[in-house]
Each structure stands twice: as structure tokens, then as C-alpha cells.
Design a protein around this ligand. Structure first.
Ligand code: ADP
Ligand code: MG
Length: 227
């Protein structure tokens, strides 16, 4: 699925340069489940952005399904992203004026899924995260945990090959954190999709088949034989 070779990402601000990623090699197979952890500023989000084609490496290659994302034009990259990659962020990024159903439907617009089919797929995705009763609610009428579940449904509705989640429970209080982790864990088990999550949740990290730790832009990978 992914083949990262000697990926570096250098940010320059005035005279200061930061190697957010410093020679990362990583292979991720179809259906792999991977947790990324490490200290703040270590490069976790930068790595996720590379995997998601949201940004380009300074050097090195990020091959996704046989294509080096770094070589794609902006429009081709957008197409790869909208068809194959689902994102969940710490901030839910829902459109406040759209209902839960409409927010989820937005992910199907670039795929040209329309009308009743679009509504039905969006409703089914919301049902799969336990929100069947909340289709017509606006984000402001939902709890934080429910809003994040809408965002998860939006990421999954296009049936992506990969789900990328960057600290998905970072903005939630403890009870909602558990709620979201339960939803993610059950999706993680039920779907065959490749699942890459940045999290500080040590319970999840312990159960992850592969744990990537990133510090100062360099990774170490641990395989967990027990999961
Ligand atoms: P993490 O997600 O692990 O907290 P990040 O990937 O966000 O870490 O950041 C890694 C390093 O790159 C940090 O030192 C951060 O300050 C720097 N960085 C991230 N994004 C930018 C940017 N757009 N411009 C300049 N520096 C950045
Ligand atoms: Mg981050």
C-alpha cells in the first residue's frame, strides 16, 4: 500500500530550519493497522500529511499503490485523496450550517455520487457509528463525541483504502474519548481497511499490531506479536 523511502520534510522559517521528517523509511501493507506515537513536535502530523498526500516531502518518495505521490499534479493528488484516503483530525472540521447527513454527503460529491444513493450511503455510514437518530442535527446540536463520529462517518462513507486519524480524541473529555476509541476499535476490527492513527492513548498503543514511534523526525517500528 505504502512505500516510504528516505522521506525528509524540512521547514524553513527565516534562518531556522527544522527537519520534521529526517530520512524516514516505512512500508505499510494492505490492511495494516498502525499506531504512531511520540512527543509533541516529533513529526507525527507531518508524517500523516505525507501519507495523506496533503503535503509533499522535501526529498524522498511516498509511493501509494504504485504511484509516487510527490510526482503527481495538484489535481491528480486531489483525486487520489478524495477516492482513497479518509481523514479524521483532532478538530472535527464539520461545516456548521450543514446537518450531520449533509456533512457526510460532502465526501461523496467529488466521487459524483448523487441524489438518493448519496443520502442512503451517508445515512448508512452514520448508522455504522451509532448516529442513526441524529441525521438531521446540526454540529452545534451534537456533543463533541457525536461530532467526531460524524467526522468518522464522513471519512468512511467513500469506502477509502486508508483511514488516517491524527489524535482523533485530542479535543474530547474522558468519557467521549472512550466512546470514540470504541467506535474506532470496532471499525478497525470490522473493516479490511488500512488504518493509521496518531494517538497518545496507551491502551490503544499497546494493542496495535505495529507501533511507530517518531522523535525528532526519526522513526522506530515495533511489531506486537500479541495482537
Ligand atoms: P507532532 O504532530 O508530532 O506534534 P509536527 O509534525 O506537527 O509534530 O511538527 C514537527 C516539527 O515540524 C515541529 O518542530 C514543528 O514545529 C515543525 N513544523 C510543523 N509544521 C510546520 C510548518 N508548517 N512550518 C514550520 N514548521 C513546522
Ligand atoms: Mg500533531
Amino acid at each position: 500500500m505504502y512505500e516510504l523511502r528516505d522521506v525528509t520534510k524540512r521547514y524553513t522559517r527565516g534562518k531556522e530550519t527544522v527537519d520534521a521528517l529526517d530520512g524516514v523509511d516505512l512500508t505499510i501493507g494492505d490492511g495494516d493497522r498502525l499506531v504512531i506515537q511520540g512527543p509533541t513536535g516529533g513529526g507525527k502530523s507531518t508524517l500523516l500529511q505525507m501519507l495523506g498526500g496533503l503535503d509533499r516531502p522535501t526529498s524522498g518518495s511516498v509511493v501509494f499503490d504504485g504511484t509516487d505521490l510527490a510526482t503527481l499534479s495538484e489535481s491528480k493528488l486531489t483525486k487520489v485523496r478524495s477516492e482513497n484516503i479518509g481523514f479524521v483530525f483532532q478538530s472535527f472540521n464539520l461545516i456548521p450550517t450543514l446537518t450531520a447527513l449533509e456533512n457526510v454527503e460532502t465526501a461523496l460529491v467529488p466521487l459524483k455520487v448523487q441524489g438518493r444513493q448519496r443520502r442512503e450511503r451517508a445515512a448508512a455510514a452514520l448508522e455504522s457509528v451509532g448516529l442513526a437518530e441524529r441525521l438531521g442535527h446540526l454540529p452545534a446540536e451534537l456533543s463533541g463525541g457525536q461530532q467526531q463520529r460524524v467526522a468518522i462517518a464522513r471519512a468512511l462513507v467513500k469506502q477509502p483504502k486508508v483511514l488516517l486519524a491524527d489524535e482523533p480524541t485530542g479535543n474530547l473529555d474522558e468519557s467521549m474519548r472512550d466512546e470514540i476509541m470504541e467506535v474506532l476499535e470496532s471499525l478497525w476490527k470490522e473493516h479490511g481497511l488500512t488504518f493509521i492513527m496518531v494517538t497518545h492513548d496507551s491502551t490503544i498503543a499497546k494493542r496495535a499490531p505495529r507501533l511507530v514511534t517518531i522523535r525528532q523526525g526519526r522513526i522506530t517500528v515495533q511489531e506486537n506479536a500479541n495482537s
